[in-house]
Design a protein around this ligand. Structure first.
Ligand code: DX5
Ligand code: ZN
Length: 221
C-alpha cells in the first residue's frame, strides 16, 4: 500500500498511448475511471521528431468527452496555431518556452481567446527562462522525459524543478498548477506529488495497463 503526504489534484491521461483506431472507447474508459482531464500531445515533426494530431482530430475528441482538454503543443511557432486549437476545444493550451519568440504575447492571446495558458520546460531548459511569465500563466508543465515519444523512462533529476516551482509560487502567491509529464507511474507519481505536482500526466502507464486500476493507483487510494 502506497502512502502519500498529499494526493494529486488532477489525473490527465495522455492519449498518445491510446488506441487511435478506437479512441472514443479509450477516452470513455478513462472518463469512467475518474480521469480529470485529457492530455493531448500535439507534435509537428519539427520541434520534436514525431507527428501526432491537429485541431481537426482534437475537435472530434471534444465532441465525445466532457473532460477538459489539456493540450500540450510540441510545435514550432505555437502562436500560429493557438487559435485553431482553442476554437477546436482546448481548455488548457501549453506551449514550450523554447519554441516561441514572444511568449508574453502568446499568453495574452490564449487568455483573450478564452483558454488557460501553460508553459512547458524541456529537461534541459531552466526555470529562470519562464520566471517573468509565472504571474500570468495557469500551468507549468515539467517534462520528465525528452518530449516526442511515450513510454520513456522518468528523469529523476527533474524533480528539483517541481520543488523549485512550488517554492516560487508559495513565496510569491502565484496561482499556476504544476503538471508533470513523462514516465509517470505509481512510484514516480509519489515523488512528484511530494515535490509539489498538482497534475499527473500519464500515457503508457494508464493505457498500457487496466486504466481504472492505473488511475486508482495514481490517486493513491
Ligand atoms: C511526450 C509526451 C507525453 C507522453 C507521456 O512527449 O508529452 O505526454 O505521452 O507518455 P508516458 O506517460 O508513456 O511517458
Ligand atoms: Zn505531453
Amino acid at each position: 500500500m502506497l502512502k502519500f503526504k498529499k494526493s494529486p489534484k488532477y489525473i490527465s491521461p495522455s492519449i498518445l498511448s491510446a488506441n487511435f483506431a478506437d479512441l472514443q472507447t479509450d477516452i470513455k474508459n478513462v472518463e469512467t475511471a475518474g480521469a480529470d482531464m485529457l492530455h493531448i500531445d500535439v507534435m509537428d515533426g519539427h520541434f520534436v521528431p514525431n507527428i501526432t494530431i491537429g485541431p481537426v482530430v482534437l475537435n472530434s475528441i471534444k465532441n465525445v468527452t466532457k473532460l477538459p482538454l489539456d493540450t500540450h503543443l510540441m510545435i514550432t511557432d505555437p502562436d500560429k496555431y493557438a487559435e485553431a486549437f482553442i476554437k477546436a476545444g482546448s481548455q488548457y493550451l501549453t506551449f514550450h518556452i523554447e519554441a516561441c519568440k514572444s511568449p508574453g504575447a502568446l499568453i495574452e492571446k490564449i487568455k483573450n481567446l478564452g483558454a488557460k495558458p501553460g508553459l512547458s520546460l524541456r529537461p534541459g531548459t531552466h526555470i529562470k527562462d519562464i520566471i517573468p511569465f509565472l504571474p500570468e500563466i495557469d500551468l507549468v508543465l515539467v517534462m520528465t522525459v525528452e518530449p516526442g515519444f511515450g513510454g520513456q523512462s522518468f528523469m529523476a533529476d527533474q524533480v528539483n524543478k517541481i520543488k523549485e516551482l512550488d517554492a516560487l509560487r508559495k513565496t510569491h502567491g502565484f496561482k499556476f498548477l504544476i503538471s508533470v509529464d513523462g514516465g509517470i507511474n505509481a512510484e514516480t507519481a509519489k515523488v512528484c506529488v511530494e515535490a509539489g505536482a498538482d497534475i499527473l500526466v500519464a500515457g503508457s502507464y494508464v493505457f498500457g495497463n487496466n486504466p481504472a486500476s492505473a488511475i486508482k493507483n495514481l490517486r493513491m487510494l
